[in-house]
Structure formats: C-alpha cells, structure tokens
Design a protein around this ligand. Sequence first.
Ligand code: FES
Ligand code: FES
Length: 209
Amino acid sequence: MADRSALTRRGLFRGIGSATVVASCTRTHPGTATNTPSTDAALSPGEIGPSPSRLSFELNGKAVQVDVEPRTTLLDALRVDLDTTGTKKVCDRGACSACTVLVDGVQRNSCMMLAHDVEGRTVTTVEGLADDGHLTVLQRKFVEHDALQCGFCTSGMLMSCSALLQRTAGRGSALSKEEVQDAIKGNLCRCGTYPHVIAAVLDASKERA
Ligand code: FES
Ligand code: FES
C-alpha cells in the first residue's frame, strides 16, 4: 500500500504549479523533520530544494547517503547517483515495472517515486538478493528454467516474485499459478518469457514448501 503522506512523482505535479515545484518542496515522510540544511535561501523548516539535499536510507543492507534534487526519482538516484544499475529504466512512466524495487519489503516502481520518499526507509534492489555471491533459490530457478532472454525485464520480474515469496513465506504450501500470474501482472516482457518465469517461481515455491 502506497504511503499517501509521502510525495509521489505523480502527486507532486498534480495540482501544483510548475513554478512552485521548481522553487521548493517539503519532505513529509515521518522522521524527516530535521533535514540537512540546504544551500537554498529562504526555506522553511522541513523544506528542501531546488538544490540537492542529503538523503539517507538503507540500500541492500547498507546505510547510504546521497545528495539529490527533490525532483530526482528513486530510479535515477539508484542508477545515476548510487551506480546500482541492476534496476532497469525502460518506460520511465509506471507502465512496465522493469524498475521494480522493494521499499520496506513492498514492491514499488522506482520510476514513480521521488528519491526523497525513501528517507529513513529500506530499499532492496536486484543486487541485494544474492547473499555474498550465492544466488537465491528464485534466481537459481530463473536460470534453470531459462526465464530470461534480453534481460531488460528480469530484475523487475525477480523483485516482484521475491516479494511474492516473502509475503507468503511460512505458509507451508506451494504457490498456485494464478498467484504468480497476479504477482507479475504489471511486469511487461517483450520477449514473452512469462511461462518460464511462472515455472521458475512455482518450482522455487515447491522447494521452499
Ligand atoms: S521504467 Fe518504471 S515502470 Fe517502466
Ligand atoms: S526477457 Fe526481454 S523483455 Fe523480458
């Protein structure tokens, strides 16, 4: 469930004049009352921008800090500022889910979030799945079932399927095909790997059960 109190890219531009956007914005996520002082003049407490402001969050188990403008999406912060390029940019408008990451364990399209929305939160990208070079069961099953071709959708697929496996962990039974289809319904694959992806996830869930 999206955090409605936080800024979203779509919400930011809806109903707010672009001049206001350029001028400044306020980070509203809980726990961010004290922001790193910006170089911008005449900002009220809690306001940031338009210059880069300090953002702190946990990325793949490690605390990171980066200075980004308020308009920067989480996707661009990951790929450009933090060199975490496993997360792919394809449509950049919320239509393909190639950019899926987990924010506090919930799958999100990182192109549709502002980077400052993850202040103090935990973000997991595809780079954070393997443990010290050891692939997860799901990653191994993707390889075994040939669940990728060009690979552009693959990291997003893996994150959506990882979220599914995480939220159904411990229930003691394997997933159904319908559950997997539902989990990846937003992930577009131009290469048509869906049957292989579904087979990989079902196999992973059987091994888990
Ligand atoms: S790149 Fe984010 S949904 Fe397509
Ligand atoms: S493997 Fe090419 S888009 Fe899915």
